[in-house]
Design a protein around this ligand. Sequence first.
Ligand code: ADP
Ligand code: MG
Length: 138
Amino acid sequence: MQYRSKSIEDTNKLARALAEKKPPIILLEGDLGAGKTTFTRFFAQALGITEPITSPTFSIVKQYDRPVSFVHMDLYRIEDEEELVQIGFDDYLEAEHLLIEWPKVAEHLLPKDALRITIRFEDDERVFEWEDTFDISL
Ligand code: ADP
Ligand code: MG
């Protein structure tokens, strides 16, 4: 599936549509500035989270507990699986919803059925792509 976002509001629409399907794990890939955290903020809001969503680039993990448990990770600064173990990565897999920016380093520790979304720039659009099995209509 592909979705072309021309604006912040487009990204909000996509996040809301995906949140309705309640995917337990989302992996978000895309360069710096692609719009990963922006998508995450709208996704969390669509789950009913009212607490402000701040980027976990420096903290690595942010956890939200109401009204559902939602864990937001940014693994950009994690170098290997050993560091992941140190932050207690396995425990976070238990959250109702987990979203990971820069997931590559965790590849071997993730379930196969996680929803993998890539975001790339194309002209003035941001193109979101994910596997067809996760079908939404927009
Ligand atoms: P990332 O987390 O991938 O590094 P951010 O979500 O922080 O990227 O977004 C980087 C910048 O791009 C922010 O200023 C954000 O407001 C802007 N942005 C994100 N998505 C869009 C969009 N769909 N249209 C226009 N600007 C966007
Ligand atoms: Mg980010």
